[in-house]
Design a protein around this ligand. Sequence first.
Ligand code: DGY
Length: 311
Amino acid sequence: MLIVNVISTAPINRLQWLFGESYGKAKGLRNPRIDAEVFEAAPKLKIVAQMAVGYDNIDVAEATKRGIYVTNTPGVLTETTADFAWALLLAVARRVVEADRYVRTGQWEVSWHPSMLLGRDVYGATLGIIGAGRIGRAVARRAKGFKMKIIYYDVVPMPPEDEKELGARLVDLDTLFREADFVSIHVPLTKETYHLVNEDKLKLMKKTAYLINNSRGSVVDEKALYKALKEGWIAGAALDVFEQEPTPMDNPLLKLDNVVVAPHISSASYETRSRMAEMVAENLVAFFEGRQPPNLVNPEVLKIRPLSKLP
Ligand code: DGY
């Protein structure tokens, strides 16, 4: 058996569809995590081929222990995801979604005044990037075209030549929150990054600053973010990811005009999703032919279940 997980936060009905009767045995499963409970329900499972770069939804250690291969699709979604971070940033700074609603609901016809729908300048502002991996750097490269000052935080600094090329300065996390006009998050979800953006950090931000998140929802404490937005500690937020996905309709963030939201679509372009699907297929074909999948997340599994051609 194999699982092809189309997106890391796939709704549970996908698993139900994939597992059929086996899924039924995993009673009480109410989230899209692929973990011991799922593995128990699928004793013949050999490979989980994730169609995403992130795999925080998979218990990789547990999979490895059971000899289950885990693969992902890194690299190909970097530029598309960076594009979407920029789409979010520009949309929230220049109130694109509110403006769209303004026109469609006929408000433009009844009211126009010079201070309506005022946003904030992006050109020349300071961009704070949390996580300077592939996607964080791709976001920074685009910021150069906007003549932005770029500061970043990462546990692993960029190589000096990249810092030079991007004109990026490494700062500590508190400085980043204090100085940035736009904070854009590009870290994986780990124990260390869970709720990295919390009440304390949001309180450091400028009242005129924006938070952009298209990494993983749980990097941000949503309750704290709601408070920050509602009480005006920050100007706005743009989110493609949520602590729970799909986010429930009663999520109070959805009631706020200074929040732009999207349903986890940062890598959703025709070109990128096709390439991701091809990579899933390449990983699976390699596995079934007894070759090491090109994007194996848990190479330690090779010792537990050595590769072999399937009959
Ligand atoms: C990823 O690849 O991790 C993305 O979040 C899926 O679109």
